[in-house]
Design a protein around this ligand. Structure first.
Ligand SMILES: Cc1cc2nc3c(=O)[nH]c(=O)nc-3n(C[C@H](O)[C@H](O)[C@H](O)COP(=O)(O)OP(=O)(O)OC[C@H]3O[C@@H](n4cnc5c(N)ncnc54)[C@H](O)[C@@H]3O)c2cc1C
Length: 430
């Protein structure tokens, strides 16, 4: 019998184990499906280039996390002031779009400002619980029609009319009308949003953080994919073995947990079926030659099949050899779609040359595709109740859900670290 059995050795599982170790509680075991730890917070090397599972940047708002970071990474960390941009109508604008319209066509700017003024003055949009209404009330018709809606459609791959705004506060910079207007007529230096600064390991890529946690824990089993959960007998089957537990913490995707759990009541089964997500394909690309300035860029227009291009080599000089550049290019799909990655790759490289990310005579040195099958949990109108019902049901059975996928939420690494600490502290009394 294991006191605390943990499903998944990504950042959340590792951070929970780390906090249990800190409390001198060694009666835990992580079961990890893969052959290595880290989950999405991992890095790999290909032909001298370090790539992440799509760029993973540490945006830190809490002093506790900063302390932990210092403890885990010591001097192996770089601090960056964000240089993020939006490509729109052939113009490179600072992120976020709605606060930085300056540089676009006068007529276009007038349309956006006028619509923002109308939204502000008339305040006729009710029910801002829905995503589209929330955005329309904040930014007005034109910014939504031209940028926010097409961008979010490309990212979520879901009917935006059915999405709520529950995730927006944390991820879309809120904008005062004054900032839309000032940003429309002058180039501003003000930073907006949760990700204006970030940390990134000097060596080892984003995965250095997971590696540092891993070095402080002792009980993890690899190639141990949980394939069945018997709640009544408190037993998990994984990698051909059975594990009895006292308390179970799951960080594996909640949708998958639903599939392997025996004898769920009909309502909870229905709630599991209500959970939806998109999938991502990521092209990790390295080329000869330097690239243009910037950490990452957003693309809303249809002519670009990707929604974001990140410059992996800009995060640390150790990510790429001298006189080369590396990128992660992100494409979103519904889980059922199977894109033609060969075609996409050709089209993308041509577009990156056209945009000036890659010089015309640069050689492609690495082109490697990753698939992230469960990428963004979707906040549709059924999400909140379904997620709550499942969390409550599982908790009553001694099962705790942790992390972006375990708890099924649109969250980030700092939250994984903080939630893991809070759970380790309360687990004893639950
Ligand atoms: C494209 C993308 C970019 C992101 N960028 C950032 C960023 O820049 N900054 C940031 O803070 N956050 C970012 N995030 C969010 C970040 O990845 C997560 O918040 C965090 O890494 C989640 O860690 P986790 O351990 O909860 O989940 P995961 O990393 O998914 O770990 C879950 C683990 O469970 C294992 N597992 C799965 N099924 C089973 C099973 N049946 N049995 C046993 N083990 C199993 C998996 O192998 C995995 O190791 C990004 C996410 C995505 C998708």
């Amino acid at each position: 019998m294991t006191k605390t059995l943990i499903l998944g050795g990504g950042l959340s599982g590792l951070a929970l184990a780390y906090n249990l170790e800190e409390k001198k509680d060694k009666d835990y075991l992580i079961l990890e499906a893969a052959k290595k730890a880290g989950g999405l917070c991992a890095s790999y090397t290909k032909d001298g280039f370090i790539f992440d599972y799509s760029g993973h940047l540490l945006h830190i708002a809490n002093k506790q996390t900063l302390k932990l970071l210092q403890k885990l990474l010591g001097k192996n960390v770089l601090h960056h002031k964000r240089r993020a941009y939006v490509y729109f109508h052939g113009v490179k604008l600072p992120f976020p779009f709605q606060n930085n319209l300056y540089g676009l066509d006068d007529k276009f700017i007038s349309e956006c400002v006028k619509a923002a003024l109308i939204a502000y003055k008339e305040k006729d949009i009710k029910d801002t619980q829905l995503f589209k209404n929330w955005a329309l009330a904040q930014y007005g018709q034109a910014i939504c029609k031209h940028f926010l809606f097409p961008y979010n459609q490309k990212l979520w791959q879901f009917d935006l009319n059915k999405m709520t705004s529950d995730w927006c506060g944390a991820f879309i910079p809120k904008t005062a009308l004054e900032d839309i207007i000032k940003g429309a007529y002058t180039r501003r230096k003000k930073d907006f949003g949760y990700n204006a600064n970030f940390f990134y390991p000097k060596t080892g890529g984003a995965g250095a953080l997971a590696d540092a946690l891993l070095s402080k824990i002792s009980n993890i089993k690899y190639s141990s994919k949980a394939t069945s959960l018997d709640i009544e007998n408190k037993t998990v089957h994984a990698g051909g073995k059975s594990y009895k537990y006292n308390k179970l913490v799951s960080t594996m995707p909640l949708t998958e947990l639903g599939k392997i759990t025996k004898k769920l009541p009909p309502q909870i089964l229905k709630d599991f079926k209500a959970l939806k997500h998109n999938s991502l394909y990521v092209l990790n690309l390295a080329v000869s030659g330097e690239t243009k300035d910037g950490h990452w860029y957003y693309f809303a227009e249809d002519k670009y099949p990707f929604f974001r291009v990140g410059v992996q080599s800009s995060f640390s000089p150790n990510n790429a050899p001298k006189n080369t550049s590396s990128f992660y290019i992100e494409f979103a799909f519904t889980p059922a779609q199977k894109p033609n990655t060969k075609e996409l790759e050709k089209q993308t490289i041509a577009l990156l040359r056209e945009l000036g990310f890659i010089e015309q005579d640069s050689k492609v040195l690495v082109a490697h595709w990753l698939k992230i099958p469960v990428a963004y949990p979707i906040y549709d109108t059924k999400y909140a109740q379904a997620q709550k019902n499942i969390i409550d049901y599982m908790k009553a059975k001694g099962i705790y859900l942790l992390g972006r996928y375990g708890a099924w939420e649109y969250s980030f690494m700092e939250k994984s670290l903080l939630d893991a600490k809070a759970l380790a502290e309360s687990l004893e009394n639950l």
